[in-house]
Design a protein around this ligand. Structure first.
Ligand SMILES: Cc1cc2nc3c(=O)[nH]c(=O)nc-3n(C[C@H](O)[C@H](O)[C@H](O)COP(=O)(O)OP(=O)(O)OC[C@H]3O[C@@H](n4cnc5c(N)ncnc54)[C@H](O)[C@@H]3O)c2cc1C
Length: 486
């Protein structure tokens, strides 16, 4: 493993007399293609101690809801089944009104020689990781986020183009050091350990989630279950029916069944799918069709032609690698700056929005109106209804959705807070680095000034529902959204 993925979080010594090596699975919630799991297994082999995988879910995470908890717990149920087949010590724990999580992880860590976890740069994960690092246990965080270790990718990019060159230059060596599709469990790693708490019974996810004191109004998505198997199925579906139309149709709003986009972001967000597996599967498909699957260095820094000569696969990989990592690298180096627009935005964008902050807004809405899709604009309402019903918004509609909240909010700062709330509350892929940078893109991040200067937006790129309606045949998308509401 590239050592750039490893961060030692404290000076506590490794306790060779303790019971096991603990892998606290936080963001790469899967039992394959997982750098942290590989690292923990290596420690288990070196120390001659069993491995324990602990996967938990608290009650009090921000925007806790039936939707998000179901997706996570479905993933845990899939992991439990897989762990059973592999014969490993997998300890799932879902906090409930009766079973408190208070002190549990500390108790589990206290018996460990060392603790390994995922190094995820967003949401509550950095804080809860830092908290456990205060315990007297050697603690290692492993960057499991992308194909290339984030520490090698340098400073926060100003634009995707800046990162693309760096990524292309580092790609081949990083790909050679990818994680193991089948991690090496053995008799030592799998030696049985008795858990010090009652493992959660995951057989009836809907009953378990239904009894949790969390927001039950954000509904579970029965057609979009979480978990490694469900993620693999979505990937298969995309490879079969979506990849060959990706370059031409990705930007065109359509119902998700038409696969104008892979639909993989929720699975990537929770780590039910590894980006390395996605890349491997896409290149595998290209190879089968006789295409090139080794990088072409004459296309370094270009959007097309680097990874492969298949334009659809290349366009997809540019999104899934370059664009996805733009958000991760930005968070890796500037996470604290998401607190407000002044810190987050490039100076030109902040200045122009501030100059137009007191411009008259033609419309403004309360949070209730936003949430219930009750604006004057049917196209915006459709995007919001898609979010409410399916937990995602088609990529193009998501940009328009964000831009309109900026236009119809009393100030840019209120618009930012509204978007963070809506996105993180309802989107299954929310609470991710790309949630914040995606929203901030609507305010000018990773973009450039545009003419003409307009009310409210100033020089920030403008988008309108009228142009969207002219640019695309929206009828299919709008009819589909209307049917969702029935
Ligand atoms: C206002 C707004 C909010 C957003 N919130 C989120 C969010 O909460 N979580 C999230 O993962 N993405 C977010 N994005 C980025 C993008 O919209 C989604 O990643 C994409 O629509 C997911 O659909 P897909 O998996 O079908 O994408 P595909 O087109 O199939 O792309 C494959 C993968 O590449 C990555 N990707 C694609 N486009 C982008 C992009 N523009 N920026 C970063 N990564 C990208 C995603 O991981 C995606 O799953 C947001 C964008 C905007 C404008």
């Amino acid at each position: 493993m590239n050592q750039a993925r490893v961060r030692r979080l404290n000076d506590a010594p490794i306790d060779r007399t303790a019971d096991y090596v603990l892998y606290w699975m936080q963001s790469a919630r899967r039992l394959r293609s997982n750098h942290a799991l590989d690292y923990a297994l290596r420690c288990s082999r070196e120390l001659g101690k069993p491995l324990v995988v602990y996967e938990g879910l608290r009650l009090d995470y921000p925007w806790a809801s039936a939707r998000i908890s179901s997706f996570v717990i479905e993933g845990m149920a899939a992991n439990a089944t897989r762990a059973h087949t592999l014969g490993i010590n997998y300890w799932p724990f879902v906090e409930t009104s009766e079973a408190s999580a208070w002190g549990l992880l500390r108790k589990v860590a206290a018996r460990a020689c060392l603790v390994v976890t995922d190094d995820f740069p967003c949401f509550i994960l950095p804080e809860q990781t830092a908290k456990l690092a205060r315990e007297p246990r050697a603690f290692f965080a492993i960057d499991n986020n992308g194909v290339i270790p984030l520490a090698l990718l340098g400073t926060a990019p100003f634009a995707a183009a800046h990162l693309r060159r760096r990524m292309h230059n580092l790609f081949e060596s990083a790909w050679a050091e990818r994680s193991r599709v089948k991690p090496r469990f053995d008799e030592v790693s799998n030696a049985r350990v008795e858990p010090p708490f009652a493992l959660t019974d995951l057989t009836n996810v809907s009953a378990l989630v239904g009894a949790l004191p969390i927001d039950q109004s954000v509904l579970r998505l029965p057609n979009k279950p979480g978990g490694a198997r469900a993620g693999a199925k979505q990937l298969e579906l995309f490879l079969r029916n979506g990849l060959s139309i990706y370059a031409d149709h990705r930007g065109e709003p359509a119902p998700p069944e038409e696969l104008h986009g892979s639909g993989l972001s929720p699975y990537l967000h929770f780590g039910h799918l590894a980006i390395e597996d996605v890349l491997g599967a896409v290149l595998g498909k290209v190879e089968k069709a006789g295409g090139r699957t080794t990088p072409d260095r004459s296309n370094v820094a270009k959007r097309q032609g680097f990874y492969t000569d298949d334009p659809n696969a290349n366009a997809f990989l540019d999104e899934a690698l370059t664009w996805r990592d733009v958000g991760f690298v930005w968070h890796w180096t500037r996470r604290a700056d998401t607190a407000n627009l002044k810190r987050a935005l490039p100076p030109w964008a902040y200045k122009t929005l501030e100059k137009h902050a007191s411009d008259r807004r033609l419309y403004t809405y309360s949070m209730d109106a936003w949430e219930s899709a009750a604006t004057h604009d049917e196209i915006w309402n459709a995007a919001q209804r898609e979010l409410l019903a399916t937990g995602v918004i088609h990529n193009y509609m998501r940009m328009l959705w964000g831009k309109k909240v900026l236009e119809w909010s009393p100030t840019p700062e209120t618009a930012y807070q509204t978007l963070v709330h809506l996105n993180n509350k309802y989107a299954v892929d929310g609470r991710n680095p790309n949630s914040y940078t995606g929203i901030l893109w609507c305010f000018g991040l990773f973009d450039r000034p545009w003419a003409p200067e307009r009310p409210v937006f100033g020089q920030v790129r403008y988008m309108s529902s009228e142009n969207t309606a002219k640019k695309f045949k929206l009828r299919g998308y709008l009819d589909w959204v209307r049917a969702l509401a029935r």
